[in-house]
Design a protein around this ligand. Structure first.
Ligand code: ZN
Length: 430
């Protein structure tokens, strides 16, 4: 297996990455391009201001109290998006939450916090548990994805609300795929469309493809049906990504939100990553991420450590230790989801079996799957040394980042809030 000379991504990382002559991946190069001086962030901020002014103008014309929609989960990015739009640009966003039902106590705590601190209106749609169960079961079995309904719901419900309430602008946070592996460049100014929704968020499936599978009915898929082209055109809905206009530094933004609005990271050690502030609202994330490991041989520790390396907060050596510690670990919540879906663990593993990437996985003599390679088995050579970025003073495990990342030698202080201090084996539906 080939690995990036700078970060820790393997050649089979999804979505597709490519390596240049220096062995550095497209994700790392994209990250670098954001730092380069030729990106004129002032000019981009000006463009954002113009879009927001136009949205305010349209809201007035339509006698609408809300000038935009911000899809929120209660995570650090939602906090930052709402804070920026409301405090800095004087917008009156309508917060829209698609509740996928796999919530952590910490996630609920932070969503309530966001609603309280922002003073904004919130609309929250909760998917019915019966339909969630059926859809999760089917998508797990077919594409190895337990959380398809998240992505479908999060990318659909805000558009349904936009059409229903005649609000033309939806403001997303980061264009995640780009940051991960560099699939598009900053020059593309990519916007959210029906196409990106289907291809990137819904694994090529439209909701109607699910009808009749595992007893899935028309009613079950209703929350995932995108408005018609006519409706989108009539309301003139567009979806923009803030990360195209604002220099995006998730770590710094989380810090600002902790200070300004009491966004709170968790304080306990997680099973699949050292990161304490990202995706802490998503209870199924451990299993979702473990599935990625079972398919492609890498998981969240690779993602998180790669991001730290790109920012110069972690060395390649430290990153490799994280990957070794976390990526192959079976999460305790696997049993929770097997019980919820009415399957055994054996069935879970059997379903995943045909999805294993045989470039990496081979069965041994006794029929057990074994990874044939791992980043931590690779020596650091000249190519890797040359590809290193300059180290920042604020390293991942330094004192300033104590609440952001779990360091067993210097764990974060407890908050006294149970939702933040203790992990939970079960999810909260509402
Ligand atoms: Zn890389």
């Amino acid at each position: 297996m080939k690995y990036c000379a700078r970060c820790l991504y393997p050649e089979n990382a999804k979505p597709t990455i490519i390596f240049d002559d220096e062995g550095v991946c497209s994700g790392c190069r994209y990250h670098e391009s954001r730092m380069k001086l030729e990106v004129d962030w002032d000019e981009r901020l000006g463009m954002l201001e113009q879009i927001l002014e136009e949205a305010k103008f349209m809201a007035r014309k339509r006698c609408n109290s809300h000038d935009c929609i911000v899809p929120v989960s209660g995570g650090k990015d939602s906090h930052y998006q709402v804070w920026l739009l409301k405090k800095k640009y004087g917008m009156n966003p309508l917060l829209v939450t698609f509740n996928h039902t796999y919530n952590t106590p910490a996630g609920n705590r932070n969503l309530y916090n966001l609603v309280e601190k922002s003073g904004c209106d919130l609309v929250r749609f909760t998917a019915g548990l019966d339909s969630v169960r059926k859809i999760s079961r089917y998508m797990l079995k077919t594409v190895g994805d337990l959380t398809w309904h998240y992505h479908a719901g999060i990318r659909t419900y805000p558009f349904q609300v936009a059409v229903e309430r005649n609000i033309p602008l939806i403001v997303w946070g980061e264009h995640g795929f780009a940051e991960l592996t560099g699939i598009v460049s900053l020059e593309d100014f990519v916007e959210f469309t029906r196409w990106t929704r289907k291809e990137h968020d819904m694994r090529g499936y439209e909701p109607h493809d699910l009808i009749g599978k595992e007893g899935i009915s028309e009613q079950d898929i209703a929350p995932y049906i995108y408005p018609s082209d006519e409706d989108i055109a009539r309301v003139e809905v567009r979806g923009i990504y803030l990360s195209n206009f604002v220099y995006w530094n998730a770590n710094k933004q989380a810090e600002i939100m902790m200070k300004e609005w009491d966004f709170a990271p968790i304080t306990f050690e997680r099973e699949r990553t050292f990161n304490l502030h990202s995706k802490i609202e998503d209870h199924a994330n451990d299993v979702h991420d473990y599935l990625k490991y079972l398919k492609f041989g890498y998981g969240r520790a690779t993602d998180d450590a790669s991001m730290e390396i790109r920012h110069g907060r972690m060395t390649r050596e430290e990153g490799m230790v994280m990957v070794k510690r976390f990526d192959s670990h079976e999460p305790s919540t696997l049993q929770t989801y097997c019980d919820f879906l009415g399957i055994t663990k054996q069935q879970f593993y059997d379903w995943v079996e045909p999805m294993r990437d045989e470039k990496l996985w081979k069965k041994n003599a006794v029929g057990k799957w074994e990874p044939q390679d791992a980043i931590f088995l690779h020596e650091i050579g000249d190519l890797e040394k040359k590809a290193r970025v300059k180290l920042s003073e604020e390293s991942t495990f330094s004192e300033v980042n104590r609440r952001m990342y779990y360091n067993p030698l210097n764990p974060p202080p407890k908050t006294g809030e149970r939702a933040l201090d203790e992990s939970s084996l079960s999810f909260r539906v509402i």
